[in-house]
Design a protein around this ligand. Structure first.
Ligand SMILES: Nc1ncnc2c1ncn2[C@@H]1O[C@H](COP(=O)(O)OP(=O)(O)OP(=O)(O)O)[C@@H](O)[C@H]1O
Ligand SMILES: [Mg+2]
Length: 167
């Protein structure tokens, strides 16, 4: 079969504050499906972040240094504008369960309204990550619980260094 004439580029947008094994699971699946996946850290999120945008990108790069088709970047404004600028035709989002679905469906439909040429693709993580979110990781960490196996080692040590994680 003939090669695709142009590379299929996907953007995986989020706050990644911090990166979890759930995000990593989705990124790995995306890296197999698409020629390139750009993990795009949203800089203008309403919530006050624990990790700076630079730290969040460093963590992503650290974890995918051996996967050349995974790239870390940051953006603000509309994700469809960013995707178009990067030559991406796909937005990747993760679905942990029904609780994610309603909000994600709304976002996907709004993004389709804004740019019908960009398709949203949903992926489900491995079962053991369906209950993992950055918010909950920070909360459990603050309360002294174990997050081992739910985030990469570099994230766990950084969270420890920060001492009391905000939630
Ligand atoms: N454990 C997970 N499994 C699959 N997808 C996930 C997981 N955690 C987050 N995602 C997906 O990653 C994308 C970016 O989400 P986001 O940055 O909000 O992460 P989050 O863990 O939900 O963080 P927060 O708790 O701060 O909302 C979203 O599409 C979200 O559904
Ligand atoms: Mg979220």
């Amino acid at each position: 079969m003939a090669e695709r004439p142009t590379a299929r580029i996907a953007v995986f947008p989020g706050s990644f504050d911090p990166l979890t094994n759930g995000h990593i699971d989705i990124i790995e699946r995306g890296a197999k499906l698409f020629d390139r996946i750009i993990v795009a850290v949203l800089t203008n999120a309403a919530k006050t972040p624990l990790f700076s945008v630079e730290e969040r990108m460093t963590i992503i790069r650290e974890n995918f240094k051996n996967t050349p088709n995974v790239e870390a970047d940051s953006f603000d404004g509309l994700v469809v504008d960013y995707a178009r600028r990067r030559g991406a035709s796909v937005l990747v989002r993760g679905l942990r369960g029904i609780s994610d679905f309603e909000y994600e469906l709304q976002m996907a439909m709004m993004n389709r309204h804004l740019d019908p040429a960009i398709e949203t693709v949903f992926m489900m993580p491995a079962e053991q990550y369906t209950y993992v979110s950055s918010r909950l990781i920070k909360e459990v960490m603050t309360l002294g619980g174990s997050i081992t196996g739910l985030v990469p080692a570099g994230v766990e040590s950084r969270l420890r260094k920060k001492g009391s994680a905000r939630t």
